[in-house]
Design a protein. Structure first.
Length: 239
């Protein structure tokens, strides 16, 4: 039970299209704190996506490390990042993300990983200062030269990449997104700290549109393994 023998990064996604409430089995996978947190959401779609993401996380970890989903115990580090607080599974890493209509979970071992999924929304480009999302002047100018739907797709690729890297780095919202540089040619990213000419860290990126309405990016330590997209269809079905 404590071996957890696997390599690379495993990624699961679940499309919530057509669901209005989570099936009872999903909620049964959660612990009491997670169920209470789910109940605090006012909007039904937020309760659905939260429940789905945390149920998927427990099921994905359960299948990966061969441990009962209901017995998994989580804590948070000094930066607020959750981790699996079980000594015999030390080194197991994970990241989860949820948005309206889609959830994603990435699991790895002995490496930092992050995943971010967002719903494609053209209003995000029209109504916001793109620099606030960490985009560089060059990236903003490039987006301005594009036509739809390429512009929206490119924007969300850049944004989810930065969010995924920030999660993998561990600082999350405490890390300035503008310090993250995206190299779309090589499918990689780097973090540049203020006053340092060389990148402080590099990250591999994997990007996909898991549905027509969503964009997803996974990030992990550069050159450390490969990403495997898992079959999510069997994860959240009643055993």
């Amino acid at each position: 039970m404590c071996e957890g023998k696997f390599s690379n990064i495993r990624l699961w996604t679940i499309d919530l299209h057509g669901l209005e409430v989570p099936p009872p089995y999903w909620r049964e996978l959660l612990d009491s704190n997670e169920r209470n947190q789910s109940d605090r959401f006012v909007r039904a779609e937020d309760r659905l996506s939260y429940t789905a993401a945390h149920a998927l996380l427990r099921k994905a970890l359960s299948l990966t490390i061969d441990a009962p989903a209901g017995l998994l115990h989580f804590s948070r580090d000094g930066r607020g990042k959750p981790y699996l607080d079980m000594p015999c599974f030390k080194g197991i890493t994970f990241s989860l993300s949820h948005t309206t209509g889609m959830v994603a979970v990435a699991v790895g071992k002995e490496l930092s990983i992050g995943v971010d999924v967002e719903k494609l929304d053209r209003k995000a480009i029209l109504e916001h200062d793109l620099a606030a999302f960490g985009l560089s002047r060059e990236e903003i100018d490039e987006l301005a030269s594009m036509t739809e739907p390429a512009r929206t797709g490119a924007f969300f690729n850049l944004w989810t990449a930065r969010e995924a890297v920030a999660k993998a780095d561990g600082r999350g919202l405490a890390l300035s997104l503008s310090s993250i540089r995206i190299d779309r040619r090589t499918g990689s990213a780097s973090i540049h700290e203020v006053g340092t000419p060389a990148p402080a860290s590099r990250w591999s990126l994997w990007q996909v549109q898991p549905s027509e309405q969503h964009c997803l990016t996974a990030a992990w330590e550069y050159g450390q393994g490969k990403l495997i997209a898992m079959d999510s269809g069997i994860l959240l079905t009643q055993p």
